[in-house]
Design a protein around this ligand. Structure first.
Ligand SMILES: Cc1ncc(COP(=O)(O)O)c(C=O)c1O
Length: 470
């Protein structure tokens, strides 16, 4: 039915005028990934559900609308009321759109770690944004959680809480699932999507399985996230994966969870954007990378659908910035790269490190046993994420500290460690390493987003000397 016929204003009947922007949520297109299918030699049909055509540009408009409508029905949101949610992402945009249309105030609470564009985006929709310091404990009254709790209380506000709200998966069960069933003429065989709150995958899966229990549902997951068996350690892809199991997590409707690395996610996002002309972000790249694996095993008559949650526009300064990508070791920028120095070094470039709780004595012993003069301080065990590097220790500072107080030998390293070493990507030019080493004794080399090795001035000198010798 054309949109206008749904309106109570009869003047719209017989027109294609949507009654409000809210009527444009959902009914997103399903598009075949022709170029990707050709490049990967896929026999089946691989199609993408393009959630970017929702008015807020993401799949989150659907649960935002459903959560607000349900709160109106049960009275937790009264006319002119306020919505408070700790979010910086797509859900905030969805809530702000629905709130604008239905006359609610929105207050979003986020940390000062969030990019300023995200704050501006939500303010552009008329929302109030409260920024809290990231560097405080969760129980501190200034923390993101505590401020959201206080504002909810003080303003007698409705808190959608997408991680626990059953209307989040329900939105997808009532809209995304039926759309996919219709759009594939009931012939969808596989559904692949990333999982964050699990609303998208669970709701869509529940509907599809109710129509045909043989439809296979596959969650694509950052390899460090708990859904695919990871420990919930840091990773770089945004919006998907978790370090806990949200209320909507429902393994009874998932057939498989495929772990995907940051590197695969980002490189796939770039490839899809370039060869299909569909600009997708890191979490879309993650979902497509998993869908390619699924499609490679599928039968020629199968229809594999992958859901793309949002646009690559939100990630231009990261996934689509060559400097950012190369800095994390996701891209090779040159022929004379840092990786060549590591490859030529006689020792294997395994990362020597200490944990923050290790003793200073252990750091000294490790440096002496290996003839090195600095060590990164990293949390957990290898392979580390770049975000798990918390500092560094070097010979000079250790010597000075211990000379002043010999008891420090038994203190934990984190008590006297210095700032982190500057980083460089394994695929970045040696000339950049030379430049950076002018102001630092050593660099931490990243490859695939992870610390790989420490590069010192003497490593480079040795390399240049050997190269000159031929
Ligand atoms: C960019 C992006 N991708 C995927 C998801 C995951 O969707 P869901 O929360 O429904 O599991 C989110 C959720 O915030 C997201 O922002």
């Amino acid at each position: 039915m054309p949109w206008g016929d749904d309106s109570t204003d009869t003047r719209l009947h017989g027109t294609q005028i949507a009654d409000s922007v809210l009527d444009t949520i959902g009914n997103t297109p399903l598009v075949r990934l022709r170029q990707i299918s050709e490049r990967y030699g896929l026999a089946c049909v691989l199609a993408m559900k393009m959630e970017t055509t929702n008015p807020g540009g993401s799949s989150k408009d659907r649960p935002a609308l459903e959560m607000i409508l349900a709160a109106e029905r049960d009275g937790s949101l009264q006319p002119g009321g306020t919505i408070v949610e700790p979010t910086s992402g797509n859900t905030g945009v969805g809530l702000a759109i629905v709130a604008a249309q239905r006359g609610y105030r929105c207050v979003f609470v986020m940390t000062d770690k969030v990019a300023p564009e995200k704050v501006s985006l939500l303010r552009a929709y008329g929302a109030e944004v409260v920024v809290c310091p990231v560097a405080v404990a969760p129980e501190d009254p200034q923390s993101y959680y505590r401020v959201a709790e206080r504002l909810t209380r003080e303003r007698n506000a409705f808190r959608p809480n997408q991680y626990a709200n059953p209307n989040n998966p329900l939105a997808h069960q009532q809209t995304t699932g039926p759309e996919l069933w219709e759009q594939t003429g009931g012939r969808i065989t596989h559904f692949v999507a990333g999982a964050g709150t699990c609303g998208t995958i669970t709701g869509t899966a529940r509907y599809l399985k109710s129509r045909n229990p043989a439809v296979r549902v596959i969650a694509a997951d950052p390899d460090a996230s708990v859904f695919s068996g990871g420990a919930g350690r840091p990773y770089l892809v945004e919006g998907v994966g978790e370090d806990f199991f949200p209320a909507a997590w429902d393994p009874t409707v998932y057939d498989e969870v495929i772990p995907i690395s940051d590197e695969q996610s980002f490189l796939t996002a770039r490839q899809v954007s370039q060869v299909e002309g569909i600009l997708i972000g890191g979490s879309g790249g993650l979902a497509v990378a998993a869908a390619i694996q699924v499609a490679q095993r599928a039968q020629p008559e199968d229809i594999v659908v992958v859901l793309n949650p949002d646009s690559g526009r939100g990630y231009l300064s990261r996934v689509f910035d060559d400097g950012w990508m190369a800095g994390y070791g996701f891209l090779q920028e040159c022929s004379e790269c840092v990786s060549a120095v590591l490859a030529a070094s006689r020792t294997t470039p395994s990362l020597l490190y200490v944990n923050p709780a290790d003793s200073v004595r252990r750091a000294v012993d490790l440096m002496q046993a290996n003839g090195i003069s600095q060590l990164p301080v990293c949390k957990n065990t290898p392979p580390f994420a770049a975000a798990e590097v918390s500092g560094a220790v070097d010979e000079l500072h250790l010597m000075a500290a211990i000379a002043a107080d010999p008891h420090l030998l038994d203190a934990p390293v984190e008590q006297i460690m210095g700032p982190k070493l500057p980083t460089i990507g394994a695929g970045q030019p040696m000339t950049l390493a030379v430049e950076r080493l002018a102001s630092a004794p050593a660099l931490l080399v990243l490859s695939g987003g992870r610390p790989l090795s420490v590069l010192t001035r003497s490593d480079l000198l040795r390399y240049f000397e050997e190269a000159a010798r031929g």
